[in-house]
Design a protein around this ligand. Structure first.
Ligand SMILES: C[S@@+](CC[C@H](N)C(=O)[O-])C[C@H]1O[C@@H](n2cnc3c(N)ncnc32)[C@H](O)[C@@H]1O
Length: 312
């Protein structure tokens, strides 16, 4: 799955009769999931979606499954997971829609998710799990496509690798929706440590998304090592240096490389290496691509979230 081949194929789903579904995902990411479900998914395993929120990727994937001619109808299964607890941060994503101010913090929004996905259940069987992904268990059913938009913390990452990754089929695809998002840079470290088992990252246009394809069974030793990580402090300096150097080498686009640098700076800040973090952001300041919207947007968010001290 070379980057160019993938892009040429999935982008047609962005231009089909479709507008973007509501959510913090781009039309291109939605098109990628729809394309995969329609044209690549074979039914050898199930589709798992971590962190579905109001379903922009659930619906896209289900639309794709409805077009699929490779998988038997009874094998078109999406297992979706979310806490379904409202968070004030979600208000930004529903501004100007009928859902604005509909929920109080911590209130369940599962019913709304079920309402949104209901029309798409004819082409796919959608099984909804309301649970905490830092504790979820998987029953061992093979997984062919894993959509991850939930590795917000190290314990979630560790639990998913421990419980779900052993069931990834050879040839399956893991789509990390936030791979190029600076404050979730544990994803880059995990994929570095798993790099011998995955190939060809495909960057999804106009998004932070990157898809990896699994090439062989993952040694249990690596799974157990990652499963034992509980916090950012469980990443060593050597791992951080090597992981972000490797991750940077995956991309030709300077704005993606800058985001990898920002991700490293953020991770160094998270483990208390403030001077080293500041030095990374100082180097970024010297880049001619620093004003690129893709990097700039993330730096603006870091400032909004109080990380100015790493950058000034
Ligand atoms: C960025 S949103 C996902 C957006 C979604 N991909 C879409 O298509 O709109 C992240 C989601 O992860 C969920 N989440 C965060 N921590 C979680 C946890 N520990 N267990 C389950 N879900 C969690 C949140 O409730 C939220 O809906």
């Amino acid at each position: 799955m070379e980057l160019t081949d993938t892009m040429n194929t999935y982008m047609k789903y962005a231009s089909m009769d479709r507008t973007k579904f509501l959510g913090p995902t781009s039309l291109e990411e939605q098109a990628y999931c729809e394309w995969f479900a329609a044209e690549v998914f074979s039914g050898r395993g199930e589709i798992v979606e971590l962190g579905s929120w109001l379903g922009s990727l659930t619906v896209s994937t289900a639309r794709g499954l409805a077009l699929n001619t490779l998988a038997q109808p009874n094998c078109r299964i999406i297992q979706t997971y979310d806490l379904f607890r409202w968070n004030v941060g979600f208000e930004d994503w529903v501004k100007g829609t009928p859902y604005e101010q509909r929920f109080r913090p911590n209130e369940s929004f599962r019913t709304l998710y079920e309402e949104i996905i209901a029309p798409y259940r004819t082409g796919a069987s959608i099984v909804v799990h309301q649970e905490d992904l830092s504790r979820s268990k998987w029953d061992g059913t093979p997984i062919e496509f894993l959509i991850n938009d939930a590795w917000k913390t190290v314990p979630i990452m560790a639990n998913i690798i421990d419980n779900f990754f052993p069931s990834l089929l050879t040839g399956s695809v893991v789509f990390h929706q936030d791979y190029l998002w600076v404050t979730e840079s544990q994803i880059q470290i995990a994929m570095f440590l798993l790099r011998d088992y995955f190939e060809f990252p495909s960057r999804i246009e106009n998004s932070c998304g990157v898809a990896f394809r699994k090439t062989r069974d993952i040694d249990q030793e690596i799974i157990s090592d990652l499963a034992a990580r509980a916090s950012y402090l469980d990443f060593s300096n050597e791992e951080i240096e090597a992981a972000f150097q490797w991750s940077r080498s995956l991309f030709d686009d300077p704005e993606a490389q800058l985001v990898v640098d920002g991700a490293k700076g953020w991770m160094l800040g998270a483990i208390g290496e403030i001077d080293r973090a500041r030095s990374v952001f100082q180097d970024i300041k010297g880049s001619e691509h620093r004003e690129h919207w893709f990097y700039k947007f993330q730096e603006d968010i870091l400032r909004q979230w109080g990380y100015d001290y790493l950058m000034d």
